[in-house]
Design a protein around this ligand. Structure first.
Ligand SMILES: [Zn+2]
Length: 121
Protein backbone atom coordinates (compact mmCIF):
# COMPACT_ATOMS: atom_id res chain seq x y z
CA UNK A 1 0.00 0.00 0.00
CA UNK A 2 1.21 3.52 -0.81
CA UNK A 3 2.74 5.14 2.27
CA UNK A 4 1.39 8.55 1.34
CA UNK A 5 -2.24 8.16 0.29
CA UNK A 6 -2.76 4.76 1.99
CA UNK A 7 -5.15 3.90 -0.85
CA UNK A 8 -3.38 2.73 -3.96
CA UNK A 9 -0.80 -0.04 -4.36
CA UNK A 10 2.81 1.11 -4.21
CA UNK A 11 5.27 0.81 -7.08
CA UNK A 12 7.62 -2.10 -6.25
CA UNK A 13 10.97 -0.86 -4.84
CA UNK A 14 9.92 2.77 -5.08
CA UNK A 15 12.21 4.83 -2.84
CA UNK A 16 9.44 6.31 -0.70
CA UNK A 17 6.97 3.42 -1.01
CA UNK A 18 4.57 5.44 -3.13
CA UNK A 19 1.92 4.76 -5.72
CA UNK A 20 2.25 6.13 -9.22
CA UNK A 21 0.01 9.13 -8.57
CA UNK A 22 1.80 10.24 -5.38
CA UNK A 23 5.21 9.76 -7.01
CA UNK A 24 4.11 11.87 -9.98
CA UNK A 25 2.89 14.63 -7.68
CA UNK A 26 6.07 14.61 -5.61
CA UNK A 27 4.30 13.63 -2.42
CA UNK A 28 6.38 12.04 0.33
CA UNK A 29 5.60 10.79 3.84
CA UNK A 30 8.38 11.29 6.40
CA UNK A 31 7.93 9.39 9.62
CA UNK A 32 9.15 10.44 13.07
CA UNK A 33 8.98 8.76 16.46
CA UNK A 34 8.41 10.76 19.60
CA UNK A 35 9.12 9.90 23.21
CA UNK A 36 8.92 11.46 26.64
CA UNK A 37 11.59 14.04 27.39
CA UNK A 38 13.93 13.76 30.37
CA UNK A 39 11.52 15.42 32.76
CA UNK A 40 8.84 12.92 31.74
CA UNK A 41 6.31 15.68 31.12
CA UNK A 42 7.02 16.79 27.57
CA UNK A 43 7.46 15.12 24.21
CA UNK A 44 10.56 15.12 22.04
CA UNK A 45 11.38 13.60 18.67
CA UNK A 46 13.54 10.52 19.18
CA UNK A 47 14.05 9.32 15.63
CA UNK A 48 13.05 10.18 12.12
CA UNK A 49 13.45 9.48 8.45
CA UNK A 50 14.97 12.94 8.08
CA UNK A 51 17.91 14.06 10.19
CA UNK A 52 17.34 17.08 12.45
CA UNK A 53 19.46 19.13 10.07
CA UNK A 54 17.52 18.06 6.99
CA UNK A 55 14.25 18.70 8.80
CA UNK A 56 15.46 22.17 9.71
CA UNK A 57 16.68 23.02 6.23
CA UNK A 58 13.53 22.19 4.40
CA UNK A 59 10.63 22.08 6.83
CA UNK A 60 11.34 24.49 9.67
CA UNK A 61 9.46 27.38 8.06
CA UNK A 62 6.56 25.36 6.63
CA UNK A 63 6.15 23.73 10.06
CA UNK A 64 6.15 27.09 11.82
CA UNK A 65 3.51 28.34 9.37
CA UNK A 66 1.41 25.17 9.54
CA UNK A 67 -2.06 26.06 10.76
CA UNK A 68 -3.80 22.75 10.18
CA UNK A 69 -4.75 20.10 12.67
CA UNK A 70 -2.77 16.90 12.87
CA UNK A 71 -5.02 13.97 12.01
CA UNK A 72 -4.93 10.76 14.04
CA UNK A 73 -4.31 7.71 11.85
CA UNK A 74 -4.54 4.04 12.81
CA UNK A 75 -1.66 2.93 10.53
CA UNK A 76 0.88 4.69 12.75
CA UNK A 77 2.50 2.89 15.66
CA UNK A 78 2.88 4.16 19.22
CA UNK A 79 4.23 7.75 19.38
CA UNK A 80 4.68 7.98 15.60
CA UNK A 81 4.05 11.07 13.47
CA UNK A 82 4.24 11.72 9.75
CA UNK A 83 4.82 14.82 7.69
CA UNK A 84 3.06 14.60 4.36
CA UNK A 85 4.81 16.83 1.87
CA UNK A 86 4.16 17.69 -1.75
CA UNK A 87 7.33 19.03 -3.35
CA UNK A 88 8.08 22.18 -1.28
CA UNK A 89 4.75 22.26 0.50
CA UNK A 90 3.78 20.76 3.85
CA UNK A 91 0.46 19.19 3.04
CA UNK A 92 -0.55 17.65 6.34
CA UNK A 93 0.61 16.12 9.59
CA UNK A 94 -0.57 12.72 10.78
CA UNK A 95 -0.13 11.20 14.20
CA UNK A 96 -0.74 7.96 16.04
CA UNK A 97 -3.96 7.58 18.02
CA UNK A 98 -2.04 7.72 21.31
CA UNK A 99 -0.74 11.21 20.45
CA UNK A 100 -4.14 12.61 19.47
CA UNK A 101 -4.90 13.70 23.04
CA UNK A 102 -1.60 15.62 23.00
CA UNK A 103 -1.79 16.94 19.44
CA UNK A 104 -0.55 20.45 20.21
CA UNK A 105 2.29 19.14 22.31
CA UNK A 106 3.31 16.66 19.60
CA UNK A 107 3.30 19.36 16.94
CA UNK A 108 5.36 21.60 19.23
CA UNK A 109 7.88 18.76 19.64
CA UNK A 110 8.19 18.49 15.87
CA UNK A 111 8.69 22.24 15.56
CA UNK A 112 11.33 22.14 18.30
CA UNK A 113 13.08 19.30 16.48
CA UNK A 114 13.19 21.46 13.35
CA UNK A 115 15.27 24.00 15.31
CA UNK A 116 18.02 21.45 15.90
CA UNK A 117 21.19 21.47 13.82
CA UNK A 118 22.42 17.95 14.69
CA UNK A 119 23.23 15.50 11.94
CA UNK A 120 21.51 12.61 13.73
CA UNK A 121 18.87 12.04 16.40
ZN1 LIG B 1 -0.28 7.19 -3.10
Amino acid sequence: MCRVCLKRPEIPDERYGRCESCAKNGRVAFRFRLGRDRSGDGLVVRAGELSPRALRQKWREPLAAFKGQAAAKPHLGLHEMELITARDRLESVRMAQDLAAHADEALAALRAAAERTDGAW
